[in-house]
Design a protein around this ligand. Sequence first.
Ligand code: NI
Length: 166
Amino acid sequence: MAIFPIRTYPDPVLRLAAAPVGAGNAELRRLVDDMIETMYAAPGVGLAAPQIGVSLRVIVFDAGEGPHHVLNPVLEATSGEYLYEEGCLSVPNRYWPIERPAYARVRGTDLKGREVVYEGEELMGRVLQHEVDHLEGVLLLQRLSRRERKEALRELRLEAMERGAG
Ligand code: NI
């Protein structure tokens, strides 16, 4: 297993729609293991493959009950409303209150090709929605209000310039 550097905004891989994966194989198993290790090292509660530069439809998460993975996850149901201080390893050290549905259900397959379904509210619901967003090239910045997004992008640009100058 290996810990990978996490790609951060504005890395273009984070804006791509990721490609579906086929049946589980050794390479895919290694990807899932590496993603779980990278998630825990960060530390984070979820990670999508594009965040380590692999544009494939694979997510991992641990919303408090151990590590899980889903291949080709589809967000098939949401309901309710929940305001949560949301962050993303690809936009490090920043949190915004973002409203999304409270409940989410995701269906996909595991490495053995079995159908898996994960569902939950609050943190679980949030992680599922957030990670599936990554597979569509959507970052939490796109879930902010217009005004918040403008401000966030301005700050991120300034930071990038300072890094470049430093
Ligand atoms: Ni994220």
